[in-house]
Write a protein that binds this ligand. Structure first.
Ligand code: PXL
Length: 277
């Protein structure tokens, strides 16, 4: 039987061409982190998402079992193909995996005229190393000078600066040091202090301490990716005020942790649910 064709012309919506973002990141097949979290976050926040893959993880909510890197030229080819056709209005980088990929992506970022959010996925929020010293060096030398905003956790801030980061004061010093490495703005995710969650935002000569209530929740898988993706979405929508986009991102993560997915037997994923279903 042939279905009757429906008149859908009244259902066609046109999206603003100004709402396109690109993530350059690794795959998490369980959907909680990596490029999957980025794309879902873009979508929920009204941004058309594109993704260039850097690496593939084999993981679920219990942990990562395997990791395979793509070659730097394959990563670059994806970025160029996309940009020749659809120029994003903001870009974010997630897990890049090797010094070669960091350097190749950095050379592409040098030609990007829009905000670049760099989430340096180097050390897990529990302190486990995810990248070796050569990757660290490549971030320092090649990618940070192209970052509009870099969003390390406190362990990543330590690795990138060589400074100890274990207090608000030492975090402020590290944030300034990261700016002097070339990042325009810096957001350090400090974790829990005095029962609250602390983020330090360095812009120009200023370093702001941003405090949020701390939630005792188990659905925090992917929150780092969600934060940088939400910030990238706000940039893609045309907000150039860094403090505003960072505060927007922090609110979205706070709300995403309230979405109790209860999925998986490990750390449950957080999820942005801005569309109301
Ligand atoms: O949240 C950091 C991160 C980024 N990218 C990928 C990941 C993870 C953490 O699991 O798997 C692909």
């Amino acid at each position: 039987m042939i279905a009757k064709q429906q008149d859908v012309s009244s259902d066609v919506i046109t999206i603003s061409p100004n709402c396109v973002a690109l993530t350059i990141a690794g795959s998490d097949p369980s959907g909680g982190a990596g490029l999957q979290a980025d794309l879902k976050t873009f979508q929920q926040l009204g941004v058309y998402g594109m993704a260039a893959v850097t690496l593939i993880t084999v993981q679920n909510t219990l942990g990562v079992r395997r990791l395979e890197l793509l070659t730097p030229d394959l990563v670059v080819d994806q970025i160029r193909a996309v940009r020749e056709d659809i120029e994003p209005l903001a870009v974010k980088t997630g897990a890049l995996g090797s010094a070669g990929i960091v350097e190749a992506v950095s050379a592409e970022m040098a030609t990007v005229p829009v905000p670049v959010v760099v989430d340096p996925v180097l050390v897990s929020k529990h302190g486990a190393a995810l990248a070796d010293e050569s990757v660290m060096n490549a971030y320092r030398k090649s990618l940070l000078p192209h970052a509009t905003l870099v969003t390390p956790n406190r362990f990543e801030a330590e690795k990138l600066t060589g400074l100890q980061v274990n207090s608000e004061e030492s975090g402020i010093k590290a944030a300034r040091a990261l700016r002097s490495l070339g990042a325009e703005c810096v957001l350090i995710k400090m974790g829990e202090y005095a029962g609250k969650s602390l983020h330090l935002l360095a812009m120009g000569d200023q370093v702001l301490s941003l405090w949020m209530p701390r939630l005792a929740a188990n659905n925090t898988h992917g929150t780092g990716c969600i934060l940088s993706a939400a910030i990238t979405s706000a940039f893609a929508k045309g907000n150039g005020n860094v403090q505003e986009v960072v505060e927007f991102g922090l609110q979205e993560v706070f709300k995403a942790i309230h979405v109790n997915t209860e999925l998986g037997r490990g750390i449950h994923p957080a999820e942005v649910r801005a569309l109301g279903h």
